[in-house]
Write a protein that binds this ligand. Structure first.
Ligand code: PLP
Length: 458
């Protein structure tokens, strides 16, 4: 077989994007604004700056500016691990015996093991530029906390991470990576914050949740002078920074003279998918080209496919702003047997709006099927994928199998967001045949959805 397309396409350092692309600028239907839960009104920059860095607030609220220049220092940091390769999955295609052409953009080539570093360095940079002492955040599985601690170490910023207690206990290695980069890591809920103490009193012995850790990190930022809170997903600013993934992918495809037909990404809070699709979706919105977009989520935390499009809290403690998004309700916690990540109850307001407007599709997949896809991929393509990324692999394989039946030569691009070295407990469950699928019942979901906050419809 003669391969006219190389296995890997790299851009040069000079071809690394010089500006992030803000998809909101091209959206006719803008994502709904964040609301102040106290007043029900759209949050102003003045209300957000006590919690978030000033420049990041500006980026968060700007629905008009299409391009934000990437500061030279951030670009220099990017050069240590970017541009990331666009890989043609020849071996996977062969095993599937499919006429589809499969590509993936690999973001796992840094110590944090995921795309999260792309936004971590940007957020840490603006905190530093503002003269702050440090930042607070939450982490679930630990990828975001690791990425942020790397970025803070590079810039000399203090980093305080509230880590969901079950992960803190089950993923001691993640914790030690963060500590090695100088971060302080606290299991959440903790007794360090008021909201943590309240949650501990109400739910003694709880293993915590992402929403609860967010509440703690926000409180810690608000109460400590010189600190601000940073978040690794969901927010508009995070999607903006992650556009570097899509811009690179687009440039690499242009170099090859290839156009993808279908773009697939896993969706937790929506940041990698929002970043990957950004320039392609921009073309679609402007009427310049057409693509199919597919968000893949776990059947055990199905925000897009079974959630409602409504204003909700981003955290369990209900102290964060309200965002209009596809949500299962902030009190929703996925079943403890769920090992595959992507366990946030809500979704990026940008992606939620696009999905609501019919510009993107969504699909939920079961975790045993996700790990089957991960195993197949690892055996033929060589990379041990993160469980999160494997949701996208699952859908890419399913689509490629469909092509085998129809004979269509669809060009598929999916985001391989990271590696799974810290997820070996989940892999162990799968290898031992102990992994199961627990899908929430309609009654489960109705309960958390009924607890959504009531806000006037805007
Ligand atoms: C955090 C994470 C995700 C999900 O987050 P999004 O904001 O939805 O992108 C996906 N893959 C990996 C490897 C992650 O670490």
């Amino acid at each position: 077989m003669k391969n006219d397309i190389p296995y890997k396409t790299y851009l040069t350092e000079d071809e690394l994007p010089t500006a992030w692309y803000n998809l909101r600028a091209d959206m006719k239907q803008k994502p709904a604004p964040l609301l102040n839960p106290g007043t029900g009104r759209a949050l102003t920059a003045e209300e957000l700056t006590p919690i978030f860095c000033e420049e990041l607030v500006r980026q968060e609220l700007d629905d008009e500016t299409a391009f934000f220049p990437i500061p030279a220092e951030i670009r220099d940091f990017y050069k240590m691990y970017r541009p990331s390769p666009l890989v043609r999955a020849y071996c996977l295609e062969k095993i599937l015996d499919t006429p589809a052409k499969i590509y993936y953009k690999f973001e796992g080539n840094n110590t944090s093991g995921s795309h999260k570093l792309n936004s971590a360095i940007a957020q840490a940079y603006y905190a530093k530029a503002q003269g702050l002492r440090g930042v607070t955040t939450e982490t679930g599985a630990g990828q975001w906390g690791t990425a942020l601690s790397m970025a803070c170490a590079y810039l000399g910023l203090d980093c305080r991470v509230f880590m969901v207690k079950v992960s803190f206990e089950q993923k001691p290695f993640r914790r030690e990576v963060m500590r090695t980069y100088g971060a302080s890591v606290t299991p959440s809920p903790s007794t360090e914050t008021e909201v943590g103490r309240r949650i501990l009193a109400e739910h003694p012995g709880t293993g915590g949740s992402l929403g609860c850790a967010i509440s703690e990190a926000v409180e810690a930022a608000a109460k400590n002078p010189g600190y601000r809170y940073v978040l690794g997903s969901v927010l508009n600013q995070v999607l903006l920074h992650q556009s570097v993934i899509g811009l690179e992918a687009k440039a690499a495809f242009d170099k090859l003279g290839v156009k993808p037909d279908l773009i697939i990404g896993c969706a937790g809070g929506g940041s990698n998918l929002g970043g990957l699709i950004a320039p392609f979706m921009g073309e679609k919105l402007r009427g310049e080209a057409d693509y199919r977009f597919l968000a893949v989520e776990p059947a055990s935390c199905p925000s897009f496919t079974r959630g409602v499009f409504a204003y909700d809290f981003c955290d369990t403690g209900m102290i964060c702003p309200l965002a209009k998004m596809y949500t299962l309700g902030s009190s929703f916690i996925p079943s403890p047997n769920h090992a595959g990540g992507l366990r946030f109850h809500g979704m990026s307001p940008v992606l939620s709006q696009l999905y609501h407007d019919g510009l993107m599709e969504a699909r939920a997949v079961k975790q045993t099927e996700v790990f089957e896809a991960a195993e197949l991929f690892a055996r033929c393509e060589g990379i041990l994928p993160a469980p999160e990324s494997s949701h996208a692999i699952r859908a890419a394989i399913d689509e490629a199998n469909l092509c085998r039946e129809t004979g269509e030569e669809t060009t598929i691009l999916f985001g391989l967001t990271g590696t799974g070295y810290f997820d070996l407990t989940a892999y162990q469950q799968f290898n031992d045949g102990r992994m199961s699928d627990r899908i929430p019942s309609d009654e489960d979901l109705a309960k958390s959805i009924a607890a959504l906050p009531r806000v006037p419809e805007c």
